[in-house]
Design a protein around this ligand. Structure first.
Ligand code: RP5
Length: 153
C-alpha cells in the first residue's frame, strides 16, 4: 500500500500534522510521522528521506521553513510543503513557495495539514480507482455539510 511520510521541523508542529494524519487514516493510507529539522538536524533529514520508501512526503515547518525545500532537494518524489503560522506568517509561506527552478515544492496554505493529506491522496489516486472513489465521497460529504449548514441558519 502507498505510504506517506510526514516530516515536521519540530514537535510543536504536531497539531498541523494531526490534521493530515486524520485525513490519511480516513483514506486508509499508511503514514509515518517524524521530527527532523532542516537547520538543527540536517544529516537526520537526509538519512530519513533517503531511507524512506514513502511515495509522497509532506514536510511541515514554520519560521524560515527550509524543511520542505531541503527534502525536495533530496528526492524526486512529490513533496508537499505546509507552512506553519507564527508571529509573521509570510516568512514560512514564502520559504515554502519560492523554490528555485528545478526543485518544486507543492505548497498548501498556512497550517493546512489536512489539505496536504488530501493532495497526497490525489497524487496517490492516479491509477488507484478505490482511492479516487474515496476522494469523490469526501467531496460529497463536504457538499452535504454545506447544504445542512445552510438549512440550519
Ligand atoms: C521550525 O521552527 C519548526 O518547524 C517550528 O514550526 C518552528 C518553531 O520550532 P520550535 O522552537 O517549537 O522547536 O523549525
Amino acid at each position: 500500500m502507498s505510504k506517506v511520510l510526514i516530516l515536521m521541523g519540530s514537535k510543536s508542529d504536531m497539531p498541523v500534522a494531526e490534521k493530515g494524519r486524520a485525513i490519511l487514516k480516513k483514506f486508509g493510507i499508511d503514514n509515518e510521522i517524524t521530527v527532523a529539522s532542516a537547520h538543527r538536524t540536517p544529516k537526520r533529514v537526509e538519512e530519513i528521506v533517503t531511507k524512506s520508501d514513502a511515495d509522497v512526503i509532506i514536510a511541515i515547518a514554520g519560521l524560515s521553513a527550509a524543511l520542505p525545500g531541503v527534502v525536495a532537494s533530496l528526492t524526486t518524489r512529490p513533496v508537499i510543503g505546509v507552512p506553519v503560522s507564527g508571529a509573521v506568517n509570510l516568512d514560512a509561506l514564502l520559504s515554502v513557495t519560492q523554490m528555485p527552478p528545478g526543485i518544486p515544492v507543492a505548497a498548501v496554505g498556512l497550517d493546512r495539514g489536512d489539505n496536504a493529506a488530501i493532495l497526497a491522496a490525489e497524487i496517490l489516486s492516479v491509477g488507484t480507482p478505490a482511492l479516487r472513489k474515496m476522494l469523490a465521497e469526501h467531496r460529497r460529504e463536504m457538499e452535504a455539510k454545506v447544504i445542512a449548514d445552510s438549512e440550519s441558519v
